[in-house]
Design a protein around this ligand. Structure first.
Ligand code: G3H
Ligand code: ZN
Length: 293
């Protein structure tokens, strides 16, 4: 019987390391993420589908793929609905069998964000009770700019950061298991600017929730320096999200394969090396998350 995600996140908090969250849109990348995480010594891994990725893979298909791979690799894998913005979409993911959802109401006014997130938490609890599961819910506060692609420049303003007292109120009023917060992080990679986390600001959020079991999640880790990621984990992040760097590694290797073998038409011959690049990257990130070892 596999332990739940809450167990692995609790262990990460005690051990001061992080569990990785990686996005996928195809079966080969999913398999690569799981295999590399297991081989690199991660205790568990979260895999996620954004709204677009879920539409492409299919929610029921994603659940079925994760179930088979979890069994085949004999490794704890948790499927997350990443940044789902409506109750109906969160419900669809929960009903399909996702282990976790991010109820992303960060663009809503605070009161509406709380109401929406609370509705998802209550639904997740109801289904968990009925099916004897422990479906995890993440909330989000603050303005997390950018998207998971290569961008030139993204305005980063401290005004967008999650406010410590608001995070504390939000957590106690919604009952979320995890919180996505903003402290200098953005989604995607920027080419004409340096990304920098404000660890002091993050520490103020941690202090506002001292003694509370909620887990803190770093989104938008692509493009950050390794030392910034490690510093955030040392300060209390237990879950780190990567997407864009994996997309770029996969895409660049496919480009290389097409360039070197212009007549190749067998998918596994050009996709295999692309998945190998994703695996190398995931292994490198896992070593970062387990910085103490
Ligand atoms: O939820 C997804 C992540 O936050 C991905 O961010 O594309 O910057 O790695 P990233
Ligand atoms: Zn994210």
């Amino acid at each position: 019987m596999m332990e739940g995600l809450d167990y692995y996140l609790r262990q990460a908090k005690e051990g001061n390391y992080a569990i990785g969250h990686f996005n996928f849109a195809t079966e080969d990348v999913l398999r690569g993420i799981i295999e590399a995480s297991r081989d690199a010594g991660a205790p568990a891994v979260m895999v996620g589908t954004s709204g677009g990725e879920a539409d492409f893979v299919g929610m029921k298909e994603a659940v079925a793929l994760v179930k088979v791979m979890r069994e085949n690799f004999d490794f704890p894998v948790f499927l997350n609905a990443d940044h789902f913005k409506s109750f109906d979409k969160c419900k669809e993911a929960i009903d399909a069998g996702y282990d976790s959802v991010i109820a992303d109401g960060s663009k809503l006014p605070m009161a509406e964000n709380i109401a929406f997130t609370k509705q998802v938490v209550e639904y997740a609890k109801e289904v968990s009770k009925f099916k004897n599961l422990n479906i995890s819910v993440e909330g989000e506060l603050g303005y997390l700019r950018g998207s998971s692609e290569v961008q030139k420049k993204i305005e980063i303003s401290p005004a967008d950061y999650s406010k410590p007292q608001e995070v504390a109120d939000f957590v106690s009023r919604t009952g979320v298991d995890r919180m996505a917060i903003v402290f200098g992080n953005i989604h995607g990679i920027v080419t004409d600017q340096k990304e920098k986390l404000d660890i002091e600001h993050f520490s103020r959020i941690v202090s506002a929730l001292q003694g509370h079991p909620v887990s803190f999640v770093l989104h938008g880790a692509s493009g950050l320096k390794d030392e910034d990621v490690v510093a955030s984990i040392k300060a209390g992040i237990t879950n780190v999200h990567f997407n864009t760097e994996l997309r770029v590694a996969y895409r660049n290797e496919i480009d290389k394969q097409f360039h070197e073998h212009p007549n190749e038409t067998t998918p596994y011959k050009y996709l295999g090396p692309a998945v190998d690049e994703v695996k190398k990257l995931v292994a490198q990130k896992i070593r970062l998350f387990m910085w103490k070892n």
